[in-house]
Design a protein around this ligand. Sequence first.
Ligand code: ATP
Ligand code: MG
Length: 375
Amino acid sequence: MQVTGDWLHHSGTQGLCQALSAMGFQALFVGGCVRNALIGAPVNDIDIATDATPEMVTNIAEKAGFKVIPTGFEHGTVTVFANGIAHEVTTFRRDIETDGRRAVVRFSTDVAEDAARRDFTMNALYARADGEVVDPLGGLPDLLARRVRFVGDADARIAEDYLRILRFFRFFAWYGDQSLGLDADGLAACAAHSAGLETLSRERVGDEFRKLLSAPDPSMAVAAMAQSGVLGAALPGADARAFPIAVHFGVNDWLARLVVLGGMPESLRLSRSALAQVSLIREELGQLRSPQELGYRHGAKVAKAIILCRAALFETQPPQGWMHDVEVGAKAVFPVAAADLMPDLQGKALGDRLRALEQIWIDSDFAPTKADLLG
Ligand code: ATP
Ligand code: MG
């Protein structure tokens, strides 16, 4: 079996692999790039596994003229920039000790050991620089059947790292056969260990939610998370009932999907801009502003998300002609400026008057002209 793709033939990527193999080391693509290339999904980032230590990788890559950043040196990872492409190069590892949050690792020279500490069989596939697939654990049939299965015993693997619970649902949402459902052993183990999620940092949990909710249709994964107790443990107070309706209506923004789940997204330590977006959508859900006003105030994309979230949560249909109204609002330009009201009005009085005129203009379907409003 071979993988292929533009990413594989990039001069920097091939140059890096050749530099390592010229010194007698293995350089194997691993993880998302191999998995995605095999199923024809886009390859976003390139992970390379090697038997060279991080020091050796650094020396070899720098001698080849590439820039190296020690992004996770003690865990075996350096990032090599070769002709404009970033490569995460990680030394083969085996876990010595794990406590559910972090692992003590030893470097290894055996790819089978490295494969055994990865999370899912479909993520433990490797490929040589020429594209030849290396499959130490027999993960290929699982990938081709779109089965997300833990490497080894699901219970033991989750107890090593509780983030794997969320990764299980995320990879199912993206790559699992939705008609097959989730792997029963994996699901049972996730349910049994859901309390362990509370020990994870909220940043990591939030990041997993972003990746999960960015899948084209994570409805089945989210429903299974709710049923197994994982959703409540990761996002207390969340309710998955309206979620599939929102996805069906076309809510595709991950933050809007997060609002539909409810609970306390603030607890996820999102970025400031993500939090602002969540609060905005949530506040507008209850305000019942018209589609054209939402379009005007927030732009078409956010307005559409608000209207569709509302419809899903309140079990109604979006209002007649709403898409057109949103577009009209998004294009409308308020014809009055502060300068038009000065010097008669200043400071707070000026602001109040401007806002009042703007509301009249919005409520009149943007029809009044400047003369109408000032007259
Ligand atoms: P993508 O980058 O598209 O999200 P990926 O499979 O490359 O998918 P990463 O999070 O980049 O995912 O991890 C790279 C690889 O490292 C995974 O494919 C997996 O083999 C391994 N891995 C990552 N996180 C874990 C984990 N928590 N436990 C075990 N293995 C992991
Ligand atoms: Mg990756």
